[in-house]
Design a protein around this ligand. Sequence first.
Ligand SMILES: [Zn+2]
Length: 219
Amino acid sequence: MFVGHYGPALAGPRFVKTVPVWAMCVAVQFLDYLWGAFVYFGIEHVRIEPGFTEVSPLDLHDMPWTHSLLMAVVWSIVLGFVWSLIARTQRRAGAIIIGLGVFSHWLLDLLVHVPDLALWPGGPKVGFGLWNNEPVALTLEFGVLAVGLLLYISATKAKGAFGKFSPWIFGVLLVGLYSISFFAPPPETAQQFGPMAIVLYTLVAVLAWLLCDRMREAN
Ligand SMILES: [Zn+2]
């Protein structure tokens, strides 16, 4: 899942006004940031298997330290704690929403992944496999994103004229980036997916800052 993860990110400020969208964008992809680094350094492993699922060609057969349920809970607590250290106001509420953002990644992955998500490192693996039903998977991706976008727009107001449109531009750019990923050729080695993912997620967080956080403020 890619764009669907940004639904919970956009919904964040609806619940805790002082948490910026850019930080929520980092939170909802935090497990994949770690995955990118772990894959690059050979701690976790991925294979490219064209046609592995209808939507994604990635055989994510080994990612116990970033995508097991137990470790998802651990990383959620870790990033929530980090937020409580750097936030200036609403520390506890912000830590909770950032932690929930991290954990939302696992829940949404659970829906689309084939059973490759361990309950704990070495434990039984789960996944509902919606990536094998392209219409349902894509409806879910875009539906979750749309709900998050509407919650964000209802919870904030534009600071200037551009701010009225800028969150929609953010949404369109996300869908654009997602479409490109379908047609772009895969990298030469599966390992290169790691740094590619980190660059892409960082670009999205910067776009969120430019198009959401700088352009709008809490109601
Ligand atoms: Zn993931």
